[in-house]
Design a protein around this ligand. Structure first.
Ligand code: SF4
Length: 233
């Protein structure tokens, strides 16, 4: 199956001025507070005493709080610019990520790179992580208890990075960050605001590899993300 549509993520820069123009001025400054960011999460469990990202990452890399650590190669905590206003959240590491210790480096990651490049967003300028930091065996979906356990790290990452934009890639990230009831097909492309942070969901690049018809809506979503990102970066 030819999964490539080489021109779809290479549309002209000129086009961006014609796209959706979110009301970027209507949002308050980022204001994370004592209320947990993630729905259903107990903030007291999300390492509230840790204010240093390196300490949090070290804790994560030595974590074995759920069964996923016993089958993965290493903990893939996240990568990129901790000062970025843009945080991208995927589902969990796959085989390539498990080997390299970096999120989104396999085929789906390469497609994400292409999308980011087309949207003129430099990957090294943003931060990328996953809902769970250890690869589920056979790339299965993480179980709810694993998501809950690892969500403590995601909550702490959000608290320390203080992103102004969160992009949820796929159903699991959307359900973890936005609401457990979210259906990605209905929610994608819509901007939400929570604690001064703008949140948007779109399809996971791995879903695009399986279903190339998702490429158009993802590109529409990323053009909107680009416009908001450029307005604040
Ligand atoms: S998936 Fe998360 S909670 Fe589970 S062992 Fe890995 S780092 Fe710890």
């Amino acid at each position: 199956m030819n999964l490539e549509q080489p021109n779809l993520f290479q549309e002209s820069v000129k086009e961006k001025t014609e796209e959706i123009k979110p009301d970027v001025n209507a949002q308050p400054a980022f204001s994370h507070n004592d209320i947990p960011f993630l729905p259903g999460l107990n903030g007291q469990e999300a390492f509230p005493d840790i204010s240093d990202y390196a300490k949090l990452e070290n804790l994560g890399k030595n974590c074995s709080a759920c069964r996923l650590r016993s089958t993965c190669g290493q903990v893939v905590f996240g990568s990129g610019n901790l000062k970025s206003p843009l945080l991208i959240i995927g589902e969990g590491p796959g085989q390539d990520e498990d080997i390299q210790g970096i999120p989104f480096v396999g085929r789906a990651g390469q497609l994400l790179d292409k999308i980011l490049q087309a949207a003129e967003i430099e990957r090294r300028q943003i931060y990328i992580t996953n809902v769970v930091k250890c690869r589920p065996p056979g790339n299965r979906l993480p179980n709810p208890d694993e998501v809950k356990m690892c969500g403590r790290f995601l909550e702490a990452q959000i608290r320390l990075i203080k992103p102004e934009i969160i992009v949820c890639l796929g159903s699991l990230a959307s359900q973890t960050v936005i609401s457990p009831k979210v259906k990605i097909t209905q929610m994608r492309g819509q901007w939400l605001s929570r604690q001064g942070c703008r949140i948007i969901a779109t399809f996971h690049p791995a879903a695009l590899l399986r279903n190339p018809s998702y490429k158009r809506p993802v590109w529409e979503d990323f053009k909107s993300i680009r416009d908001v990102y450029k307005s604040i970066a």
